[in-house]
Design a protein around this ligand. Structure first.
Ligand SMILES: Cc1cc2nc3c(=O)[nH]c(=O)nc-3n(C[C@H](O)[C@H](O)[C@H](O)COP(=O)(O)O)c2cc1C
Length: 235
């Protein structure tokens, strides 16, 4: 069976296999596939935000069937998981903080892709990113809500070799625990996700290669979101 055949029969036609995004019946849905960009910097609107905006704009350009939403964790009070396991009884958390506001958006059945963007802090993700990802455990415990969503990762550091790739790997590890489908940033830069440098002359706006990886990541996540949901392989 060729790749197109596998995708059609193995993914789209498998009853109950596809849980993310638009319904799998080809061309029969008017609903859009939603891609969430989650900025895990404590600083709203700064370099990681700019990188994610580039990424999401590129995703929207793939097709009119794609819509995007940027979620800023900066300014939100999201504490670490306390392992009470209350969330095993439903999409609820015993911690009373701002995570509750995000639950409906994260659980939306039209979300077909999620791009996690984080600054690099000492070679890894921010504590805001880790707290957010740990709290997302509830979506795994309740019917694997993130399963088959397309996962993309983006990291911004001030240094060229500041730990972006290590950070991507660590975030991707969490997405794999949700049975998400993790992708690289796709051609023509295809490696491990979007990596950007904010500390050079001219800031992140001058990091043309990094911004290219961000755009490529958005396009790749969008392509795959449509592919998985329609069962038709793209070019
Ligand atoms: C506590 C802390 C640790 C950091 N560690 C690293 C690092 O290990 N590598 C790196 O390249 N940049 C590091 N940085 C710089 C940030 O990753 C960089 O400034 C990034 O662009 C910030 O993203 P933002 O503008 O979205 O907040 C660190 C910054 C802070 C505050």
């Amino acid at each position: 069976m060729d790749r197109r055949g596998f995708l059609t029969t193995g993914l789209a036609a498998g009853a109950g296999v596809i849980s993310a995004g638009v319904p799998s019946a080809k061309g029969q849905s008017s609903e859009k596939a939603k891609i969430l960009g989650i900025n895990c910097s404590p600083r709203k609107g700064k370099t990681t935000c700019k990188a994610l905006e580039t990424c999401l704009q590129a995703a929207e350009q793939v097709s009119s069937k794609i819509e995007t939403q940027l979620i800023e964790l900066g300014g939100l009070d999201i504490r670490g998981c306390n392992a009470c396991m209350e969330c095993k009884k439903g999409l609820k958390c015993s911690i009373e903080d701002d995570f509750a506001k995000l639950i409906p958006t994260l659980a939306d059945k039209n979300v077909a892709g999620m791009i996690i963007g984080t600054p690099v802090y000492f070679g890894t993700m921010t504590s805001q990113c880790k707290a957010f990802l740990d709290r997302c455990g509830m979506f795994r415990f309740n019917n694997w809500i993130f399963r088959n969503r397309i996962g993309g990762t983006l990291a911004v550091g001030s240094m060229r070799n500041g730990g972006q790739e290590i950070t991507l790997q660590e975030v991707r590890t969490v997405l794999l625990c949700h049975d998400m489908i993790c992708v690289s940033e796709g051609k023509d830069t295809a490696h491990f996700g979007a990596t950007l440098v904010s500390g050079g002359e001219g800031g992140i706006e001058a990091d043309t290669f990094g911004l290219k990886t961000a755009g490529n990541l958005g396009r790749r996540v969008a392509e795959l979101a449509l592919l998985v949901n329609s069962g038709t392989a793209g070019a």
